[in-house]
Design a protein. Structure first.
Length: 164
């Protein structure tokens, strides 16, 4: 039941982009009426297309940042700092909390198509910042996913990549 609810919320989250774009365009039309940007001019299509593209990209980037912040905050709220050790399914709640955290990853995987939100930032400093926020110890001048192949790091707290 939890998986269905989280997947449904994730789908709704990513489907809000066109709705917000249309609402932003409507607000532009209302508040910039004296400029007559949306009037019956020959350049009306270009103006609408330009505003739509810019709004869509801006809202999509805000949603992607929001999904990363959601996953970082829920990781620290649900799991906290991971410790090495053995966690039996019947003796520790860690595995159940870890499964909830893995289910929340659909917020990252549904955005931006194949590869999810993290695919465009692979091989850059942004993926390093993201993994550091999840608890990984990554030193300077280290590239993560440098071949632009997104990997899934399930327990970044236990990863340490430091160059001498």
């Amino acid at each position: 039941m939890t998986n269905i609810a989280i997947t449904s919320l994730s789908a709704l989250y990513w489907a809000i982009n066109p709705v917000l774009t249309i609402q932003l365009l409507r607000q532009l039309q209302i508040h910039f009426r004296p400029l007559d940007l949306f009037g019956p001019h020959w350049y009306r299509f270009c103006v609408l297309y330009g505003f739509t593209a810019v709004c869509f990209v801006v809202v999509l980037n805000i949603l992607s940042l929001g999904s990363m912040l959601l996953l970082i905050s829920t990781k620290w709220a649900i799991i906290g700092q991971r410790q090495e050790g053995q966690y039996d399914w019947d003796k520790s709640s860690y595995n159940q909390r870890w499964q909830v955290h893995l289910t929340l990853h659909c917020f990252l995987s549904l955005g931006y198509g194949f590869g999810g939100v993290l695919a465009p930032i692979t091989g850059s400093i942004y993926i390093v910042w993201y993994l550091r926020a999840l608890g990984a110890k990554i030193g300077r001048n280290c590239f993560i996913h440098a071949g632009h192949e997104i990997g899934f790091m399930t327990e970044p707290d236990l990863v340490e990549v430091i160059l001498p």
